[in-house]
Unconditional design. Sequence first.
Length: 146
Amino acid sequence: MLLRNLNISQGLCNGTRLRVVDVKPRVLICKILTGDKAGETVFIPRITVTTDDGVLPFKMARHQFPEKEKEKEKEKEKETEKEKEKEKEKEKEKEQEKEKEKEKEKEKENEKEKEKEKEKEKEKEEIQQRDNETKLPSFAKTKVSF
C-alpha cells in the first residue's frame, strides 16, 4: 500500500504493518499491527493514481493494474498473429509466383516441341517433293532379272 503524508503521531511510519478493516470510497479504515500504537484504528485517505500511460511511480505497478498489463499482452499477441498471417500470405504469393514461372517454362517447352514437329513436317514435305521431282517412270520400277 502506498502511503503519503505519514503521520507519526498516529503511529504510521515506514515499515508499519496494517490490516485493512474496511474500504470506503474516500477512506481506508485500518488497524495498526506493529509498533507503539498496535491495535489502534486509523483512517487513511485513499490515494488515486492517474497517469497518462497507466504506470505507477513505484515497482508494484503490474500488481496494481493487472488489467492493463493483460490488455497489452493481448495486443502484442494480436500483433504477432497479424505478422504471422502476413508472412503466410507472402509465402503463398511466392508459391503462386513459382507456379506461374513453372507454367511459363512448360509453355515454352511446348512451343519448342511444336516448332520441332513443324520442322520435321517441313523436312518430310521437302523429301516428298524431291522424291516426286526425281520420280522414275513406272516402267523403270519393274525389276529385270538376267
